[in-house]
Design a protein around this ligand. Structure first.
Ligand SMILES: Nc1ncnc2c1ncn2[C@@H]1O[C@H](COP(=O)(O)OP(=O)(O)OP(=O)(O)O)[C@@H](O)[C@H]1O
Ligand SMILES: [Mg+2]
Length: 352
């Protein structure tokens, strides 16, 4: 079965979508089949991968064909259709043979309210019993149909029921952050909310109606894979500028003193030797990267990761081109190292 990893932070704009695309692509270059899943009704990931025109075309498709996005994939459960949930027809991401996309849909937001009720009343309302397990079921059948090893789920910046459900039914989660005041404050609320969600999942799994549902709530225990800190300025092209280093230190302190102890108590941490085996401590970022500068605009323009742009796509000459290419090379190395860590953690966790 595929390993499911979600990228979660209720803080907006901390590079969740950008990292899903770049890291997922990198893992797909390492002989793994990867599926990106857009669970954010904003559909930024789908837009980033396919371009926004294609996204509009996709959402306009209606009828009885195979589902082509997350909302239509879930509709049998959420609209009580007599047909079972079936695999979504994923799209092959241009330029990478091992990368697929399960597209998003703005209408996913309409299911939030029903899912909230289903999750609140987990034990008592029989007609809603199929909803809590339906998301992971849809992801599993779609991953199986596409022979997928790794699933990366991009989430919206909220503490809503879809995020609660996806996180609690994932195998691992990554927490992207920016080195600033707001991300530091965000750690505090993560330390409060994640154990609450875990408590909900623990008790929901015991409810008979959910166990006996068509799509039972899986018995999983999501583990913290690591944090990702990015988007700071460099000093002399090397280390983070002082103002940013201060926030990076603050984030590490917040993780060490607040988030990790809370996660450990809620059984959401891996054994320490799993992180050590791939070369980092859980309070240190799994991936730390500076601002992409001009590469981000080119990446979005061509729907290619920041580390995979061609000279033609960079559209620069001489010294400027050389400088851009050398920073691109650094980003490639960092994403590659992060991809190896992700793969290593999954392998070690399976053996732990
Ligand atoms: N390392 C980076 N360097 C430069 N720009 C970046 C970097 N990472 C992300 N960005 C830019 O920052 C903005 C926010 O990034 P992104 O959309 O990935 O964040 P997000 O956490 O998914 O946001 P949301 O919470 O709205 O879903 C985007 O415009 C993106 O292009
Ligand atoms: Mg996003």
């Amino acid at each position: 079965m595929a390993t499911v990893i979600c990228l979660f932070n209720h803080k907006g704009g901390v590079s969740k979508t950008t990292t899903t695309f770049n890291l997922g692509w990198m893992i797909a270059t390492k002989e793994k089949r990867v599926m990106l899943v857009d669970c954010d009704p904003q559909c930024n990931l789908t837009g980033m991968v396919l371009g926004y025109k294609k996204l509009e075309d996709l959402q306009a498709i209606v009828g009885n064909q195979e589902p082509k996005n997350i909302r239509d994939g879930l509709s049998p459960a959420f609209e009580s259709r007599p047909t079972p949930i079936q695999a979504v027809e994923c799209l092959a991401v241009p330029g990478n043979d091992n990368l697929m996309l399960l597209p998003g849909h703005v209408g996913l937001a309409e299911y939030e309210v029903t899912l909230a009720i289903a999750q609140e009343l987990s034990g008592s309302v029989v007609t809603l019993r199929n909803l809590p397990g339906s998301l992971r079921h849809l992801i599993d059948v779609t991953a199986a149909a596409n022979n997928i090893d790794y699933v990366f789920i991009d989430l919206s910046p909220s503490l809503g029921p879809v995020n609660q459900n996806v996180l609690m039914t994932s195998d691992f989660f990554l927490v992207p952050m920016h080195p600033d005041y707001f991300s530091t404050m965000g750690i505090e609320s993560l330390a409060t909310i994640l154990p609450k969600w875990r408590k909900w999942a623990e008790s929901a799994r015991e409810y008979r109606v959910l166990i006996e549902a068509d799509y039972p709530l899986p018995k999983l225990s999501p583990k913290f894979m690591g944090s990702i800190i990015q988007r700071y300025r460099l000093q002399k092209g090397k280390v983070p500028a002082q103002a940013f280093q201060k926030w990076i230190d603050e984030l590490e302190r917040g993780l060490r003193e607040r988030l990790l102890p809370a996660l450990a108590k809620a059984d959401m941490l891996l054994p320490p030797n799993v992180y050590a085996a791939v070369g980092f401590e859980p309070e240190q970022p799994l991936l730390q990267m500076s601002d992409f500068n001009s590469l981000i605009a080119r990446s979005q323009e061509h729907q290619v990761p920041v580390f995979a742009l061609t000279d033609e796509q960079l559209d620069q000459q001489g010294v400027v081109l050389q400088t851009t290419k050398s920073s691109m090379e650094k980003f490639r190395e960092l994403f590659s190292q992060a991809a190896n860590r992700v793969i290593g953690i999954v392998d070690h966790a399976a053996r732990a």
